[in-house]
Structures are given as C-alpha cells and as structure tokens.
Write a protein that binds this ligand. Structure first.
Ligand code: TXA
Ligand code: MG
Length: 343
C-alpha cells in the first residue's frame, strides 16, 4: 500500500486523536518515544503487525516490543511474572527499559516470532503515552527505520526511510536518549541484559541483586550457536558508508588518519579531537559524555551518509554505563570491524 505520508506535531491533541483513529482502523503510525522513533501498530492485530514486518523489511524471526501506558496492561500480555518484574517496572517505568517475560495466549505469535516470551515496555515520551491511552490499544513498535539502517531519532529520519509506506508520522522532537531501550530477560535464574540501553547493568543489579550481560552484547555472534535474542544475529544500524571503529590513543590515531586523506573518508571523533583531526570529521560530543554520544550516534551516521561519506573512522566510547549501549550499536554499525592503533 502507498500513502501520501503526513507529518503532524505530536503535541497537538487533534493529531494524537487522528493517530489513534488510524491505529484503531488497523493502520500503522510512526510515534516518538524517549529512545528512538517507533513504527507502531495494534499489537493484538496480527494483520497490521504482519504489515510492520513488511514495511520495514524485517526478518520474521525478530520479535517486537509491546508498548503499554499503564502497569495493569501487563496482566493481559503476560503469564506468571518473575519476581523482579514489578520491582523493575516500579523503578524504571515509564522509561527506557524493556522486560522479557513469559507471554500469555493473547499475544499473537507473529509479535513474539513464535517465542513463548514477550518483550514489554512503558515508554516515557508524553506523546507515546497519550496515544496508547487515547487509542486504548497496546502497541507493537520496532524502531521506525528500514531494517538494517541506523535507528531514527527525529521525525525527518522516519520520513527519509518510510515516506509513502505509512499514513502518519507524529513529530515529538528529537529523542532524548537516542539509542533503543535496555532489553533485560527476566525468564531465567539471573536477569540477563540482551541489549544495553540507558538503564544500565549497575542500575538493574542495584534493584535485583544480580545481572549478567549476554556475551552477544559486545561480541560477534558465533553462527554455530543459538542466540538469546534473535535480533542480535541480523545486520543492524548500518549507514551506507562503511564504518571502522578506531581505538587506541588519539595521538596514534591522528598519525594513522593523516595517511587516510581521500575523498569520502570521514572521521566521527570526540569534541576534543576535532581540532587536530587530519580528515574531515563530525563530533560525537565530549569524550566524557556517554549521554551525548548516545544522543548523537545515529544522527551523525545519517548525516555522514548525506555528506557522501564512503568510509567512516569512528572513535569508540568507554564501555560502561550508557556508553556500553553506544559501543554495542557502533560495533554493529561497523559489522564488528574494529582497529586498534598502538603506536
Ligand atoms: O527503545 C526501543 O526499544 C524502541 C522504541 C521504539 O520503543 N524499539 C525497538 O524495537 O528498539 P526493535 O524492534 O528495533 O528492537 C526490539 C529488540 C530486538 O533486539 C528483539 O530481538 C528483542 O527486542 N526482542 C523482542 N522480543 C523478544 C523476546 N521475546 N525475546 C528476546 N528478545 C526479544
Ligand atoms: Mg531496531
């Protein structure tokens, strides 16, 4: 189906009502959340969920997150809740945390890609919450990019990828966080982080006493082993340009980059490195601000594409706190291509 895609200010009640009417009529709508924009549809309507997979070109074995606006909405979606679920919900919802929980029979198989678990989160963006409440539906929403591309953090990015493919984009401004929610699996003995985000492993450990980080978070998946989260084995976050993660002391990288001056070769470096960078570059924000890196990463990858970059050398953030989330997205954008310049 082709649409003439409209972009409306999500701050207007009228726009939210129009979006709710579309959702209730079985249409998809792009919505802002505090993490990234989502391509939303009634989670309990298999037909429209199937269209979401189609629109994004998303592999059918990659399950979706169901977005709710009230804690009571969990009951209908889930089976018996693991001990820590309500604790985490009370602490971090609404906010950038997704919990993997046993699923109920009400959730269509297509949403969970046939798994017996369901991913649920309560976003904190006021437009997302208002829409879920007005529509009276829980919403399945993957990030609103074409599958494999950097996730969208502005309404413009969504338009770039989905113009003509959805009837409506609600503009809620640039996303606060900039990377997707933390995904934590609560169905095993120990809470397991499948995807890092703004809610950090330390914060989850402080609530539940223990946490493990799935090895797939920072390592290339071994094709011979089963994966905990189906999403990790697919290509993700890739701009059109090739990305290489460039680690090591900046002085060494500077010397290396001086030998890389060619058309289409760009840097994505920390603010402090901009001045001395021997190739054209965009800033990922101050070295010490992982929050800035999170907010800027996807935006910069899209900007570098627009500027005609063919090859991007990107500096990696520290792998702790929200920096772990940024590093996780960056090494995937780079297809796990990381170079360390030692001397
Ligand atoms: O911040 C976010 O989470 C954004 C906004 C729109 O809410 N959504 C998002 O959705 O990032 P998506 O579809 O791009 O990523 C969902 C992730 C995938 O890695 C998927 O494999 C995982 O959640 N996931 C979903 N259901 C799962 C399940 N039952 N078990 C394990 N992983 C699951
Ligand atoms: Mg995504």
């Amino acid at each position: 189906m082709r649409y003439s895609t409209r972009v409306l200010d999500g701050g207007s009640d009228q726009a939210v009502s129009q979006a709710a009417a579309l959702l209730c009529a079985g249409e998809p709508v792009v919505i802002p959340t505090e993490t990234v924009y989502g391509l939303a549809a009634d989670a309990l309507d298999e037909r429209v969920v199937a269209r979401i997979f189609e629109v994004k070109g998303r592999p059918a074995d990659n399950p979706l997150i169901v977005h709710i606006a009230r804690l009571e909405e969990l009951d209908a979606l889930t089976g018996e809740l693991p001990g820590g679920a309500i604790k985490l919900a009370k602490k971090f919802w609404p906010g950038p945390l997704t919990m993997i929980l046993p699923k109920s029979g009400a959730v269509p198989e297509i949403v969970t890609a046939g798994l017996d678990t369901v991913a649920v989160r309560m976003p904190s963006h006021p437009v997302a919450l208002a829409l879920i409440r007005t529509a009276g539906r829980v919403l399945a929403a993957p990030s609103a990019n074409l599958s494999g591309r950097p996730s969208p953090t502005t309404a413009d990015h969504c338009f770039e990828d989905l113009n003509g493919l959805v009837p409506l984009i609600l503009d809620g401004g640039p996303c606060d966080v900039g990377v997707e929610s933390t995904v934590v699996d609560l169905t095993g003995d120990i809470p397991r982080i499948l995807r890092p985000g703004a809610v950090t492993p330390a914060q989850i450990k402080a609530e539940l006493g223990s946490v493990v980080i799935d090895p797939a978070v920072c390592n290339q998946p071994d094709p011979s082993l089963p994966v905990a989260s189906p999403g990790v084995k697919h290509t993700h976050y890739r701009p059109k340009a090739e990305v290489v993660v460039l680690s090591g002391r900046w002085e060494n990288c500077e010397r290396f980059l001086a030998g890389q001056r060619r058309d289409g070769v760009w840097g994505l470096v920390f603010e402090q490195e901009m001045q001395s960078c021997p190739i054209p570059a965009l800033s990922l924000g101050p070295r010490e601000s992982a929050q800035a890196h999170a907010k800027l990463l996807f935006l910069r990858l899209r900007q570098l594409d627009d500027m005609g970059a063919k090859l991007i050398y990107a500096r990696p953030p520290e792998q702790d706190g929200i920096g772990l989330a940024v590093y996780n997205r960056l090494i995937r954008a780079a297809g796990f291509n990381e170079m360390t310049i030692d001397g």
